[in-house]
Design a protein around this ligand. Structure first.
Ligand SMILES: *Cc1c(COP(=O)(O)O)cnc(C)c1O
Length: 473
């Protein structure tokens, strides 16, 4: 269609003003329901679109008539888009259990219920019901962490305290700042890691005001390297979990007990950034060499930091557990106030920890997913494949591996059965994109040119939805 320039000006003049369109009965009804501000905004967007179409020469007089007739509907559609929630539930078909982009650990049903109750009303968050006086928010979970961590350490009964901050990055920052501001912290060069999302040990060190003293080499650091670096400026030894990579081959670093002993000899605490921090025996799911919180403390580490939404399977949070005197210094640091966790986090964490105390691992979704066996997953995949019919798409079940993710056990893989989807008509990227447009969106993974869905990370009650989505491809 070719609309002449002089006609465009005439056409533009035909358009109603924002105020005129707002007076349309249908639009007024919308304003009464959704509030005038968002309706005015939607009207502006709709009129701007029509103006653009005129300017682009895509609308003539007749087209404008139609556009104006449809304007109230367009306003309604615009409103629905503007006022919809941006954060949506998705189905995780990737097989990565702690997928950072998909929100890491799903929390337990009991945690959700507790959050709902605590969030919707008032609570004794910082109120001691026995005395009627002000209380501390961390006591709600500290008592549960004690149940999980208190023990006779090396024969001597040691009391372990835990405080909670916003996330593990905050926990590392608080611990370094409290224990070593203005002084040196000795770290192996093989542990100066970057975790996704720009968490880098050297940078956190700078922010904390502590001074990084690197020792050893990337692949080998000896106990003597630490020992030779100790001076009157040293305040802390730091061990960092390598999380997202491994150093294999010609590699060496001191065992934790050796490092702890060296610290003890020089009166230096040993801080370990565990990253994940498991309270669950990962060997039982075939994952070895992933240190737990308990094991680290038993090895003599003074203080450990770890995330709430990684292997713990709880809400986003950062925990600092260890020697009570050191943890108490962190609690009095004014940074603790700035980094503190909110009541929803405490509620979810408390319910999650209770599941651990009861050893009810099935209640924690991330652990439940880790414990799923390959035959269980294969049976569900077969049920979906059995119900599937399409002339263009073939659905196969192949062997594969799920990953824990979240920087835990980087090389550990859990054997699984995958749904492998291929089509003569569309490529894997196109199909993956269509699955993401499903309601709820399904996130699959592409490997070796195949579109894959790993049911390990799909909740069984979502299998039907996966089935329905595959049938729309
Ligand atoms: C994941 C991780 C962090 C960051 O933890 P967040 O809870 O995401 O802030 C820090 N250190 C290590 C070793 C990690 O694996």
């Amino acid at each position: 269609m070719d609309v002449k320039v002089e006609n465009k000006a005439d056409l533009l003049r035909k358009l109603p003003s924002v105020n005129e369109l707002l007076l349309h009965p249908d639009v007024r009804a919308l304003a009464a329901e959704e509030g005038p501000a968002s309706v005015t905004d939607a009207v502006r967007k709709v009129l701007a679109r029509v103006r653009e179409e005129i300017a682009g020469g895509h609308l003539d007089a007749a087209g404008i008539e139609v556009a104006l007739q449809n304007a109230p509907t367009a306003v309604q559609r615009q409103l629905r888009q503007d006022l919809s929630l941006s954060l949506k539930s998705v189905i995780n078909g990737t097989g990565v259990i702690l997928h950072t982009n998909l929100g890491r650990a799903p929390v337990a049903a009991a945690a959700v219920a507790h959050v709902q109750q605590i969030a919707a009303g008032y609570s004794n968050l910082e109120f001691d019901l026995a005395t009627g006086e002000r209380g501390k928010r961390d006591i709600h979970v500290d008592r549960l962490f004690r149940k999980l961590l208190d023990e006779d350490w090396n024969g001597a009964k040691q009391s372990v305290s835990t405080i909670v901050v916003n996330n593990n990055a905050a926990a590392v920052l608080l611990a370094l700042n409290t224990l070593a501001e203005g002084s040196e912290v000795i770290v192996s060069r093989g542990e100066l890691v970057e975790i996704g999302g720009s968490f880098r040990i050297p940078e956190v060190m700078v922010k904390s005001g502590a001074i990084l003293r690197e020792v050893g080499t990337t692949n080998r650091t000896r106990l003597s390297d630490y020992e030779n670096a100790i001076s009157e400026k040293t305040r802390l030894l730091l061990r960092v979990h390598r999380s997202n990579f491994e150093i294999t081959g010609f590699a060496q670093r001191p065992a934790l007990p050796e490092l702890a002993e060296l610290g003890g000899k020089h009166n230096l605490p040993l801080l370990e950034d565990l990253g994940s921090g498991a309270f669950f025996d990962l060997q039982s799911v075939g994952v070895s060499n992933e240190p737990g919180v308990f094991e680290s403390l038993r090895s003599g580490v003074s203080v450990v930091t770890y995330s709430g939404d990684k292997l713990l399977g709880g809400p986003q949070a950062g925990m600092i557990s260890g020697n009570s005197a050191l943890v108490s210094r962190m609690r009095s640091n004014s940074l603790f106030r700035a980094l503190r966790a909110d009541k929803l986090t405490y509620a979810a964490l408390e319910a999650t920890l209770l599941a651990y105390i009861k050893r009810d691992y099935e209640a924690i979704p991330a652990l439940r997913m880790m414990r799923l066996s390959k035959p269980e997953i294969a049976a569900r995949a077969q049920a979906i494949a059995h119900d599937f019919q399409s002339p263009h798409i073939s659905l196969e079940i192949i062997d594969g591996a799920s990953v824990i993710g979240g920087g835990a056990a980087p090389s550990a893989v859990l054997p699984t059965s995958l749904l492998a989807i291929s089509s003569s008509k569309s490529n894997p990227d196109q199909m993956a994109s269509r699955l993401r447009q499903f309601d709820p969106p399904i996130v699959a993974r592409i490997e070796d040119g195949l579109l894959l869905i790993d049911l390990r990370t799909v909740f069984p009650e979502q299998d039907q939805l996966v089935n329905a989505a595959l049938n729309t491809l």
